[in-house]
Design a protein around this ligand. Structure first.
Ligand SMILES: *Cc1c(COP(=O)(O)O)cnc(C)c1O
Length: 468
């Protein structure tokens, strides 16, 4: 993977001289003894970090202002760690919001694209023509457009279809999705009027009908929000999509998590057991939804994006709304999402890192874990067995506000104590989790190409006396 944010070892030795960049090399003495060092000279002494000079000047200024010129190297290292860079996700959380949710599997070639150029006519085309149509085919929709994220897709759909009109939604679905995305607030922002029906645990078709038939009602949309990150259990009742579709107004379903098809035709073995109760776009449309809104970087496994799929007339109204221009994705996102859509249509889960990782069998993970533990034993024999690495069974989760409470059996490597800080300080940084007093690296979310880096990092962590 070519990563512009990662200084290449051959060009830029990491800060601190050590392989992990944490060595804390003392700042070169610059200037005359007893006099404050020249900012410029101090900055130039840090050139080996690979950070550009203006950034190093800032770092040098901060260090000198703090009366601690010697801290400049450590500050430069800290600054370089803030750059966006690839990390190894050993948490077992497949869609980790802090690590960009779905793992990226696409690299963009340099140069121009036909983003808004119709190559047949030579006229201006639409950026929605490429990937929207492919995604629509993949989920059985007649049309689809792509926007910046799932939240933007909900906002746009409501603004385009229901501004100054009523939107009926169950009280059991007036939820916060995460990151402060609250359905009632998005509805208010879109300019529609929220009409709540039912109760937190039970909403019946009669509640919806009563709201639609009320004397002053002007219902533009029946909104259904998928309980993606929570569950209401016990004495519950909800109105299904097919029942809603029979009421009259267009039904918009915010599915969020973005499973395209419950049959998972892109997986050779069909849907895994842990996916059993997750609603999918194809089946929701088939049940009568007019529009379905999903996120691009959850179970779809793509880049950050939002998709609005369904009736061509309603999708066109969304695309024509002025907000569509403000919420449109760039060519990088559309390029990545097109790869995702093509992989689904080819039924090639191997090209979708999220699905590849989610469906790895535990035997394969077990073998990798054993190889890692064996290499660690050879590379750095533990002084005592209680400091040794071991293979452990663990549980991965999809995360990212999807499939709450559902675990996927997995296998990892555990080392005693909390070694998260030293693992994060490596290159590439490794993000692990702590369970029962030991650090667990769940291999499901680790690309096998990083297993060797994991061995090196764990060997260093085990050798570090301050680790546990
Ligand atoms: C995640 C989610 C959203 C928001 O999608 P983003 O892509 O994170 O903006 C909206 N609705 C539901 C039901 C979700 O699960």
């Amino acid at each position: 993977m070519d990563d512009p944010a990662e200084p290449r070892a051959d060009r830029h030795p990491p800060v601190g001289g050590g392989p992990d960049g944490t060595g804390g090399r003392p700042a070169t003495t610059v200037g005359e003894p007893g006099r404050p060092p020249s900012i410029d000279a101090l900055a130039r002494s840090l050139a080996g970090t690979g950070l550009p000079h203006p950034v190093l000047v800032e770092v040098a200024r901060e260090a000198v202002a703090a009366g601690d010129a010697a801290s400049a190297a450590a500050r430069a290292d800290e600054r370089s760690r803030r750059l966006l860079r690839p990390v190894v996700n050993a948490t077992g959380v497949l869609l980790h919001t802090n690590m960009g949710r779905a793992p990226l599997g696409h690299t963009q070639p340099e140069g121009y694209t036909n983003l808004e150029l119709d190559l047949t006519s030579g006229e201006r085309g639409s950026r929605h023509d490429h990937v929207g149509a492919l995604l629509a085919t993949a989920c059985g929709a007649q049309a689809a457009i792509v926007v910046n994220n799932g939240a933007a897709a909900v906002l746009l759909a409501l603004a385009a279809l229901a501004r100054d009109r009523d939107v009926v939604v169950s009280r059991g679905e007036l939820v916060e999705i995460g990151g402060g995305f609250r359905i009632p607030e998005v509805m208010a922002t879109s300019g529609c009027r929220l009409v709540e029906v039912g109760t937190t645990n039970r909403t019946r078709l009669a509640d919806v009908r009563a709201a639609v038939d009320a004397p002053q009602a002007d219902v533009a949309v029946l909104l259904k929000v998928h309980q993606s990150n929570y569950r209401i259990t016990g004495f519950t009742e909800a109105v299904g999509v097919a029942e809603l579709a029979a009421v009259g107004p267009p039904v918009v379903v915010d599915l969020g998590s973005g499973l395209l098809d419950a049959a998972c035709p892109w997986l050779a073995d069909g849907p895994p057991a842990w996916l059993r109760s997750e609603p999918a776009v194809r089946q929701t449309l088939a049940a009568g939804a007019d529009l379905v809104v999903i996120s691009g970087d959850k179970l779809l496994g793509g880049p950050q994006a939002g998709v609005i799929a369904g009736s061509p007339e309603l999708v066109a109204r969304c695309a024509a709304h002025p907000l569509a221009r403000a919420l449109r994705p760039g060519g990088l996102v559309l390029g990545a999402l097109q790869e995702v859509a093509l992989a689904y249509l080819r039924r090639d889960a191997g090209a979708l890192p999220f699905w590849r990782m989610a469906t790895l069998d535990t035997d394969t993970l077990q073998r990798r874990a054993q190889t890692i533990v064996d290499s660690l034993a050879t590379a750095a024999p533990a002084p005592t067995t209680d400091r040794a690495a071991e293979v452990v069974r663990c549980a991965s989760v999809t995360g990212g506000g999807t499939l709450p409470g559902i675990e996927i059996p997995s296998v990892g490597v555990a080392v005693p104590g909390d070694r998260r800080t030293i693992l994060r300080s490596g290159r590439p940084p490794i993000v692990a989790r702590v369970e029962d007093g030991r650090t667990v690296c769940d291999l499901r979310t680790v690309d096998p190409a990083h297993d060797e880096a994991l061995v090196d990092a764990l060997a260093r962590a085990l050798a570090d006396p301050g680790g546990s």
